[in-house]
Each structure stands twice: as structure tokens, then as C-alpha cells.
Design a binder for this molecule. Sequence first.
Ligand code: HEC
Ligand code: HEC
Length: 408
Amino acid sequence: VKSCASLSGVRLALFGFALLACSSEAQAPPAAAVEPLAGLSRELSATFDEGAVLFDTPVRRENGLGPLYTRTSCASCHAGALRGPGLVQKMSVVSEDGVTPASDQSSLAFGHTVRPLAAVDGISSILPPADVPNVKVSARLGPPLLGRGYIEAILDSEIERVAAEQATRTDGIQGRINRVTYASEPNVDRSFHTLAKGDEAIGRFGLKARAATIDDFVADAFQSDMGITTPLRPLELANPSGVTDDGKVGIDADYDSVNLRAMYVRMLELPERHTTEDGARLFAESACADCHVPSLATRADYPIPELAGIRAPVYTDMLLHRMGDALADGVPAEAGGDAEATSFEWRTAPLIGLRFYRAYLHDGRAKTIAEAIEMHRGNGSQANVALERFDALSDSDRAALLAFVAGL
Ligand code: HEC
Ligand code: HEC
């Protein structure tokens, strides 16, 4: 674990907040997770730096913020490219059990995402309705973004292979692919993919793997979380006041605004790993590695050479797993915005840089890695078999497994 003092001088400007945290909160986790991929060309390195600055820069009304929005910069929900502190709230009408979506969601006329703030004076925001019973409100912290380029580069055939292997299991661990629709207009940068609006692809991004590519997700984040329209997502989202534009007329930001941020996300390096063979063995024996698959092969033609034709050590199978009632968020498939993923399903979280996080799981409900593991257990969770094995470990083996996960 690096100490605060070992932060390299080069990126100090981006880490003002991290240094503050170091001096004021002795128990805060180390904040040195953001590094570009090792060995980048000078050109890609410059792109990373440009994207990093944009990622941290707030947008204002004159840039086209709103009409409704949740936060004003990417970094406000992905500070230091890690989890939170900003978050998105989801809402859903649920049945008696509190987790199964009700068949009638019509009281949520503007969808399942809360958009609390307005950048156009006098317009109404989208909030959980006070007069509808059984509305479940849940939180999604902005997830960590480290290593997401590795994830984009993984071969479809690898994800399909793992899903097919799991389909034959009898111990409950059976993930499935979220088949999603590319929802943006085609990108002018055709080097990463040539998807057109409506094309089907394997979902990889988002807590329920609802988007196939990083640029699609970035354009979605702009439109949905910040009210910034781009050529990929040219229309402002519907809102209760019927306002169709904001302080900046027309499309708010250009292709570069999306693509530079997407390139920054793609080139975030995995933090240095501190693991032991013993820990890896316990991780596999406890069935953790069946969902958190240690590595998957990447495309040979991925445009960032450092990520092409390698084994991506991302510790996820990219599949959706039913994780039980306690983690369910009540958000329905399709209409809820997560493509085929149901209330009960989550994408296996990539295990990358966990020692830098302040909180774990999609809503940060776990304060430690041990708590996060404990919370895999529950009625209907595919991870129950792993938890049984975890329980059976000796104290020293359990400590070694926790240290292994922290070292990822
Ligand atoms: C209001 C908070 C918020 C803001 C602002 C925000 N995000 Fe996110 N981001 C989230 C949440 C929450 C998710 C998970 C969403 C989901 O699964 O529904 C997410 C997911 C992502 C993912 C997918 C990560 C993964 O593990 O699959 C990427 C990439 C991303 N955001 C990039 C960005 C970029 C770039 C910006 C700025 C243009 C941005 N985000 C702005 C909250 C935010
Ligand atoms: C059935 C598949 C499955 C198995 C088995 C499994 N996990 Fe997970 N794990 C997940 C999913 C899905 C999430 C995300 C859940 C959420 O965010 O609500 C997750 C999240 C985590 C997190 C939190 C990551 C973060 O970003 O906060 C940790 C830590 C973790 N798992 C460790 C383990 C360990 C250790 C084991 C073995 C004892 C294990 N998992 C077994 C599917 C699984």
C-alpha cells in the first residue's frame, strides 16, 4: 500500500482532493490509483491527459447543463476514477415482497431514474412520487472505472465461452449475458466499433452490463446524469415540464467531448497488484473465481495496442448473476433501463484496486471487503455456494483470502 507521500509529482494537479484527504483524514484509503496504461505512445499519453482534465471539469449552464441533471462532472461520481461520492438514485414500484417490480409502473411517468436538479429556472425535477405506495428507492454509486479498457477489449467469444460453461453447472452459479442494444447514434470514431443505433451486442458496462461500449456509456452519462447532449445522444431527456432544451441551444457538446473522456476511461491502468499464490488458491477453492474470473482474452485488433491480444486480469465473467433479495433494487428489466437485467441481477463486479475504495457493492452499503463478501449471501443468491466455502475456511485462510482480494 502506497503512502500519501509517495504520490508522483506529475499528476499532483489532478489530485488536489486526494492530498487534502491525506492530510485531514488519517484513516482514509490511499489515493494513488490513477495511472495511464504503461507503455502508451506519446500521442495516446497526451490524449489520456486531455481526457483526464475534461473528466474533472464541471459543466455549467452555458455549456448546456440540464434541463435536469444530477451532477456537473464525471469526477463528481467517479472521484479519482473510483467509486462515488456522487450517485444516481433509481426508483421502482414494487410488490408486497419489496423487491419484485409491480406490473404497473405507470406512476413513474418519466422512468426509473431520479433527476433531482434543474438548470432551467422554474422547471420540475424527477423525484420519487410521494403519493404512490410501495416505491422503492435505491442508490447506485458511480462505480470505479479503473481497467475498463481491458473490459472493452475482451473477446465476445470469451464471454460466451464462460456463460456456456456455467450453464452446465449444478451448484447455482449460472451467469447469463445481458444482450443489449447500442443506443447511441454511430460514432465518427469507427476504430473501436462500427455499431449503429439498434444493433445488438453483449452488454459489458454499467452495474447490470446494460451497454456494450465505453463511448455509448459516456454519451449516456452525459445525457442522463448531466443533461449534456452530444452527436451520439442529440436529444434532451423528457421531463415533467416538457422543456426540450436548456441554456445552450441545440447539441451541447461535440464528438471530442465524448471520445476524449472515453479514451481516458479506456486507458486507466490496473493498480499494481499485491497477491500471493496461497490467496489465489483460496480464491479459486472458495468458488470466488467462478464469477470473478481472474482473466479473459482480448481482441487482437483492439485499437489500443497495450490492450490487444492479451489476457485481461479483470476478475469478472462479465455476466449477470442473481444475487438475492437483499441486494435486489426492484428495477424491472427493459423499462428500467438495464436491458434484460432484472431487479435481482448484477454484473459480477470487476475486482480492481479494491484497497483504494471507501465503500463496496453497487450502493456502497459494505464498508469493508469482509462485509461485501458477507452480503453475497441471501435468499436466491447464486453466490451462496461460495459463502458456504468461505464460512468453512480457518481464520488464517480467511485472512489470506481477504488480503488477496485487497491486493487486487
Ligand atoms: C450522477 C453521477 C454520475 C455522473 C455525473 C457520471 N457517472 Fe458514470 N456512472 C454513474 C453510475 C451510477 C454508473 C452505473 C450506472 C448503472 O449501472 O446504471 C456509472 C457508470 C459509468 C461507466 C461504466 C462503468 C462500468 O463499470 O461498467 C462509465 C464508463 C462511466 N460511468 C463514465 C462516466 C463519464 C465519462 C462521465 C462524465 C461524462 C460520467 N460517468 C458521469 C454515475 C455517474
Ligand atoms: C455468483 C457470482 C459471484 C460469486 C460466486 C462471488 N461473487 Fe463477488 N460479486 C458478485 C457480484 C454480482 C458483485 C456485485 C454485487 C453488487 O454490487 O451488489 C460482487 C461483488 C464483490 C465485491 C465488491 C466489489 C466492489 O466493487 O465493491 C467483492 C469484494 C467480492 N465480490 C468478492 C468476492 C469473493 C471474495 C468471493 C468468494 C468468497 C465472491 N465475491 C464470490 C458475484 C459473485
